[in-house]
Structure formats: C-alpha cells, structure tokens
Design a protein around this ligand. Structure first.
Ligand SMILES: Nc1ncnc2c1ncn2[C@@H]1O[C@H](COP(=O)(O)OP(=O)(O)O)[C@@H](O)[C@H]1O
Ligand SMILES: [Mg+2]
Length: 410
C-alpha cells in the first residue's frame, strides 16, 4: 500500500473521533480526506472519509471545517447533505466487492463516513508494478466488479468514478473491491461549477462533462471499459472530449489483436463507444459478450456470415432517441462496427465462421488462423504442417528406393 503524505489541512495523527483514532492519511482529493483509523471498540482498522471540499471550505485551528466565505454556506451544506445521502445509500449494500459502510456521523462542522478498511493495493499501484494484464488475469478482476456493480445499478445507483485508483485488490484473496463512489462529488462539483475536478479524463464518458448529460449504467460501463483498456494496453483511453472529432482512440481490438480473444476485445471497444446509445445498456448485456462469450440476445440480432467471408452484424437497437444529444455517431461507431466484424468471425465454437476457417486451414495450413487474426499460431501451423509434409515425402521416397532395390536384387 502506497503511503500518502500528511497534508497540512488533515486532522493530526492520533486525533480521536468517537471510538476511532486517526492513524494516517490514505488519500486526499478536492472533496475529501480519507484516513486510516483504528476502531478501539472493535479493535480493528477502518477507513474514514471526511467531507472537505477544498474549493469552498477550509479547516480552522480548532479542527472544524467551515465555508471559506459566507456565500459558500449554501453550497457547503447542500454538499454535506449529498455526502450523507451517499453514505446512507452505500450502507445498504452488503457485497464483498463493494466497500462496506459501517456508519456515518457529523462532527467538527462536517461529516465522516466510517468504512471497512480494505487492505491491499489499488489497481493503479498494481498496474504500475506489473505493467499490463492478460485476458485471464483481467477477467478474474472484472467478474467480481461486474457482480458488485450490477447490485449497485439494480438499486438505481451509479458509481460515476470508476478508475484504477478506485479499485483495491485485497491482499486477503486477490479480489477487487470498488470504492470512492462519485455521485456526491459529481453533484457538488456541478453545483460549485468545478466540473473539471470531478471527472477523471480517460475514464469519464462524454455525458459526464455536461450537467445535462444522459447518465446511466452505460456511464459506469464506459469507465470500466477504460479500466480494461488501461489494463491491456498500459494506457488510459484518450480523453472523451478529444474523441469527439477525428477520434484518435485505437480500438483495443486492433491494438491487442492476437493477445486476447477477439470477442473479448470487441466487447471492450463496445463499452468505449462515444455515443451512450451505442454502448451496452446494462451490466448483464455487457457481461454476456465480455465474459460469457454468448451471442447477444434481446436488443441484439445474431451475426450473419456472408458468402464473401465477411460478417454483417446489425447495429444494436437504440435504447431511446436522445435527439439533442446526438453526436457524430457514425464516425464514432466506425471502430466498433469493425470490431464487431472481428468478433463475429471468431464467433463461438461450431459457428459457420469456424467451419470456414477450418476448411481454409485444411487446404493451406495456417490460413484459417490468419483469417481469425492469430498470426503467431498461423505461422506455427504453417511450418509444422510443412515439416509433416516433408517427413511424409521422405518416407515415400525411402519406400520407393527400398522397393526399387528389391526389384533389381538377383
Ligand atoms: N476503505 C478503504 N480501504 C483501504 N484504502 C482506502 C479505502 N478508502 C480509500 N482508500 C485509499 O485512499 C485513497 C483515496 O480515497 P478515495 O476514497 O478514493 O478518495 P479520493 O480519491 O477522493 O481522495 C484510495 O485511492 C485508497 O488508496
Ligand atoms: Mg479515489
């Protein structure tokens, strides 16, 4: 675990809040300070988050938090209510992959949320040490996050700030836990007009840049797609605002082709579609494609494999028409449609695509693999088959020579 420095405006080490002793600062952002605390009643470590929006509030000498000027009092109190609302909502969840909220209380003119302390390191620390992950490693992290997030979405709640910094990989079992829900932060940021401090470039979809953006499960799905992108390529996706025109984002299905299954990569590109209508609309819908690898159901029609060897994948039906929010979706869709083609060629076992690939491989070894984008396997198959043919030819020549010699023997 990375040790954060102790900021000047943090409560001092050893400070007591009820039964909790503050040991050190775990992290701090524009909206709050998170401490490692020790619960002297239950004898265990806890994480304590303090509401401290530093744009509009400051700490006094007696450790209280007050608005910086009287005109900020309304926003400060309003934000405090949102912070407590969020704590109340989070306290309802009891899921191993969602951080548990034990309690919350008001003190020092502000509020505190007491959470379980998840011992481990953040996914960003983990990635900084290990570089990128393989498909299998990423799926092991993704599955539990999807399960947790689905519970959150089913309660009509969004995370709104999914990124590697907000995922802790527990030491205990190597599994992830989601923390730092950004709903309150987003609401306060919009209110205090500090929108740039509430979104994380690369992971925040375009609808989070506007207070009128249409946010929903697809918003968290984009961010989680960004986490997958970072995990596989080593880099966060381009900022959504830079993707509006001449999208520079290289689809992960192109960048990582051959390193992971095409279906998995295309599912990540799907999540990263610019237009929210073009993304998976629910965790369940995305999981089907991403993890389970089944063909899409519901809104999505099956792939048609054409005689020319290409696939046609009908565009997903729109969830709804958002009219005014339409952007250049044709352009933004382009990589996605390409990637869907990629996915469908390598569709599940027994598909027409696989039969075609197998036929190709029979006549020209490796061609089938090449069509499916697996260059390395194609080359190995080509040379292995070549070697086999040479051995077979050697035996035929040898047999012919033996028979020929027997024919001339007196
Ligand atoms: N419950 C927790 N258990 C362990 N570490 C935590 C916990 N909550 C936060 N942290 C650590 O503190 C950092 C900052 O906390 P976070 O809640 O993400 O607030 P912010 O990003 O607004 O500063 C996290 O990245 C993580 O390293
Ligand atoms: Mg955070």
């Amino acid at each position: 675990m990375h040790y954060a420095q102790h900021p000047l405006n943090a409560l001092p080490r050893g400070h007591r809040l009820h039964e909790y002793e503050l040991l050190r600062v775990l992290g701090f952002g524009g909206f709050g300070m998170t401490y490692l605390g020790f619960d002297h009643n239950l004898d265990k470590a806890v994480a304590i988050k303090e509401y401290l929006p530093d744009d509009i509030a400051a700490r006094t000498r007696n450790n209280s938090v007050i608005p910086k000027a009287s005109q900020f009092r309304g926003d400060f109190d309003w934000g405090l209510d949102r912070f407590l609302d969020e704590a109340r909502t989070l306290a309802r969840f009891d899921h191993h992959h969602i951080i548990k909220v034990h309690r919350f209380f008001e003190a020092h003119g502000t509020a505190y949320i007491v959470m379980e302390y998840a011992e481990g390191e953040t996914l960003s620390e983990f990635l900084n040490r290990n570089g990128t992950l393989t498909e299998t490693e990423l799926k092991a992290i993704l599955k539990p996050i999807l399960d947790g997030l689905e519970v959150v979405h089913n309660a009509d709640f969004l995370h709104r700030d999914i990124k590697p910094d907000n995922i802790i990989i527990r030491d205990e079992d190597g599994l992830p836990v989601l923390l730092d829900f950004g709903a309150a932060r987003q609401a306060i940021g919009v209110k205090t007009c500090s929108i740039t401090s509430i979104i994380t470039p690369g992971y925040a979809p375009i609808e989070q840049y506007s207070s009128r953006g249409d946010q929903g499960p697809w918003t968290d799905i984009y961010a989680l797609g960004g986490v997958c992108y970072r995990t596989l390529t080593g880099q966060a996706p381009d900022d959504a605002t830079d993707r509006l025109h001449d999208d520079p984002l290289i689809p992960v299905s192109k960048q990582c082709s051959g390193q992971a299954s095409q279906r998995f990569l295309s599912a990540i590109d799907w999540a990263l579609a610019m237009d929210e209508d073009d993304r998976p609309q629910s965790i369940g819908e995305w999981r089907t494609e991403l993890i389970e690898g089944k063909s899409r159901r519901g809104n999505f029609q099956p792939t048609i494999f054409t005689a020319s060897g290409t696939t046609s994948s009908p565009k997903p039906q729109k969830r709804k028409t958002t009219g005014s929010q339409k952007r250049s979706s044709a352009k933004n869709n382009a990589p996605q449609m390409v990637s869907q083609k990629g996915r469908n060629i390598s569709a599940g076992q027994g598909s027409i695509g696989n039969v075609f690939a197998a036929l190709c491989s029979f006549f020209i070894p490796g061609l089938g693999q090449l069509i499916q984008g697996r260059l390395l396997i194609a080359v190995i198959q080509f040379f292995a088959a070549g070697l086999l043919w040479m051995i077979l030819l050697g035996w035929v020549i040898h047999l012919w020579a033996v028979l020929d010699a027997a024919r001339w023997r007196p």
